[in-house]
Design a protein around this ligand. Structure first.
Ligand code: SF4
Length: 235
């Protein structure tokens, strides 16, 4: 499937959403989002400083989310609950949005994926997703957490026990990462990669996530990316 084959109205709405997210992030370096801490901090830095035109996979992911999120979340008593945690003495706000809170107070995170097959086969949630929902549960003071993976054909749910000391540890780690990302954005210093394997030839193998900045097994320097900064949103 190609981007061109989508109806104009769909393309426009997806493009608007991308541009809005991008503008918000670029204009508020003191606000760090939990979603930016799921994985490589360098990638989150580059996405703010040198955004790339999204590929069809990213676009389709957004489209899936736009369809499935409201359709599922409306069945919960509370949904899309913003949470903000001001990090003392820094002016930095760690920000996020709990997808849903159930009647019994269970903090619920919904992940729309292209296929739940791999999650089912693995049998446990992605560690970053687990960390995120634990951090939300800790911030909200919830005793229970839940992760739901959904695709266009089905869903798989994981109930996550909230151990308070583990949740606190996960949350504190996110606070440290948020401060690090903020400091790098302010000082315009590209952070070290996290979760990527340094190879002998100086390249990087990014194992945890597919990354749009990885080129031929290498993480390109920021100068190589600068040329793309002015690229038109001609998607
Ligand atoms: S290529 Fe790897 S190290 Fe570079 S930003 Fe992406 S995930 Fe991080």
């Amino acid at each position: 499937m190609s981007w061109e084959s989508l109806p104009e109205s769909v393309k426009e709405s997806i493009k608007e959403r991308y541009e809005k997210d991008l503008k918000e992030r670029r204009s508020s370096s003191n606000v760090i989002y939990h979603s930016e801490l799921d994985g490589c901090i360098r990638k989150s830095y580059l996405r703010r400083k040198y955004p790339l035109v999204p590929d069809i996979n990213a676009i389709m992911g957004l489209w899936r989310g736009n369809i499935l999120h409201p359709a599922i979340l409306k069945h919960f008593p509370r949904n899309e609950v913003p949470i903000k945690y001001p990090i003392a003495g820094t002016g930095v706000i760690l920000s996020g949005r709990i997808d849903a809170i159930d009647k019994d107070g269970t903090v619920t995170e919904l992940k729309t994926v292209s296929s739940i097959y791999h999650v089912q086969k693995r049998g446990f949630p992605n560690p970053w997703d687990r960390d995120r929902v634990l951090a939300y549960a800790y911030n909200w003071g919830a005793r229970k957490a839940r992760l739901i993976y959904v695709d266009l054909g089905g869903a798989i749910t994981f109930e996550i026990p909230v151990d308070e000391s583990e949740a606190e540890e996960v949350f504190e780690k996110r606070v440290r990462l948020a401060k690090l990302l903020h400091d790098c954005l302010v000082s315009e210093t590209t952070p070290d990669p996290i979760n990527c394997l340094e190879l002998e030839d100086g390249g990087l193998e990014c194992e945890t996530f597919p990354c749009e900045y990885l080129v031929n097994g290498m993480c390109p320097g920021k100068m190589a990316l600068k040329a793309q900064e002015e690229e038109e949103w001609d998607i």
